[in-house]
Structures are given as C-alpha cells and as structure tokens.
Ligand binder design. Structure first.
Ligand code: SF4
Length: 219
C-alpha cells in the first residue's frame, strides 16, 4: 500500500484475507438468493478468527461470514485468475466499505448490527435444535476457554484431554446431523461453523485416523 493510494487497484489482497462478516443491511442478499447458506460459515463467539484489521483473536460475538475457498481463507467469491469478485454488484456491506488505504469506514461497522444464525433460521426450523445441541455438546465458552488454556500451556495434559473430548463430540454431532438427519453437507459450516479440529489445525494440531480411531498429533 502506498501513501498516495486513493482508489482500489483490484489487487485482491483483502479478498484473500477472508470473506466479510454479514450485517443486517446484507439480509437482502440472502433473500434474493445472491448469497446462499452454502456460501456461509459461522464463527462462534470466542472462536479464534482474523479480524478485519488482520489480527487473529477470539471473536467477541457470533459472526456469519462468506466462507473461504477450499478450506482456506480466500473468499469463495474471489476469482483469482481475473482478480475479481463474483458478486461485485451485490457485494456485502464490509466489502463496499473496505478501503485498504483508509480502513476507518470498515472499522466503524465492525461488531455493529451483525447477523447471527438466529437471524437467518426460522423459528421452528429443526436447524435450531441442532444449534442448541451443539451448544450443549460443545459449549462455545468451554471451547474458547480450553483453546485459550491449551495455547497458554501447550503441554498441559488436562487441556489437551478436554479439547480431545470436544473435538470428538463436535465431529460426532456433525456426522449425526448429516448422516442420520440428512442435513445437506454444504450447509454444515453455516449451521456449526468450522470443525474444531480445523480451527486447531491453524495452531499445528494434526488429526489422523488409525484403525478406525482418531489420533491427535499435538505440536
Ligand atoms: S464478496 Fe467479493 S469483494 Fe467481498 S471479499 Fe468476497 S470476493 Fe472480495
């Protein structure tokens, strides 16, 4: 970024740092089908995620964001070959406000008027039961505190054991919802957010299956 920059050069850097969190003014995009549940990922409160200013930190509120491509952070709608946005005319509020040379407008809406899952799922929809089930099996605050405890003391066996149990519960719930209840796999990240093992992969935790059992590889 040069000091003289005052217009977007369409370099795509911002789009590769993660899709935008949605705000209530973005609701029409969903109503009009420009953006669907399959394009979304939920960041649960307390989950480690990159803020609009590029800092990895625990989310203060639940967020619903445009998901990344191929398990990464690059926005699903970003076309790398053409350095363009697939929904440019309908891009969400944060994308319209983002000016990398002057982030004040964007930072002014962070955490304001944000959309959460409960805003998008109708009362009586069984997905609400799945979200409540997740909160019982893997309470967001327990996950956040276990992750924080483990990051402070990576060798702490107790924290690892708690996370080990939470990861298994998280995976079992997703499997139950998709295989037994028929939840479309493409909406998994909206309904449950990213699997806990994927969140921890960013901190170097590995996961492999050995003889039908999950084995964790702690850094
Ligand atoms: S929606 Fe479009 S402008 Fe916004 S981050 Fe994604 S590709 Fe970039």
């Amino acid at each position: 970024m040069s000091e003289e920059q005052s217009t977007c050069r369409q370099c795509g850097t911002c789009c590769q740092n993660g899709g935008p969190a949605l705000h209530h003014p973005d609701t029409d995009l969903l109503r009009q089908g420009k953006v669907g549940f399959r394009h979304l990922v939920t960041i649960r409160e307390g989950e480690m995620a990159y803020s609009p200013s590029g800092v990895l930190e625990a989310a203060e509120h639940e967020l619903v964001k445009i998901t990344g491509r191929g398990g990464g952070w690059t926005c699903l709608f970003f076309d790398k070959d053409n350095s363009s946005c697939g929904i440019y005319a309908h891009r969400p509020l944060e994308c319209r406000l983002l000016k990398c040379w002057d982030p004040d407008d964007l930072l002014g809406v962070v955490g304001q008027d944000i959309i959460s899952r409960r805003d998008l799922v109708n009362a009586g929809d069984p997905v609400n039961d799945l979200i409540a089930h997740q909160q019982r099996e893997c309470p967001a605050e327990v996950v956040a505190s276990a992750v924080a405890g483990w990051r402070q003391q990576p060798e702490n066996e107790k924290c690892r054991a708690i996370l080990d149990d939470l990861i298994r519960r998280d995976l079992a719930l997703r499997n139950y919802a998709i295989v037994d209840l028929g939840l479309p796999a493409e909406v998994e990240f909206f309904v449950f957010g990213r699997p806990l093992f994927k969140q921890l992969a960013g901190f170097g935790v590995g996961l492999r299956e050995v003889g039908g059992h999950l084995e964790f590889l702690w850094p």
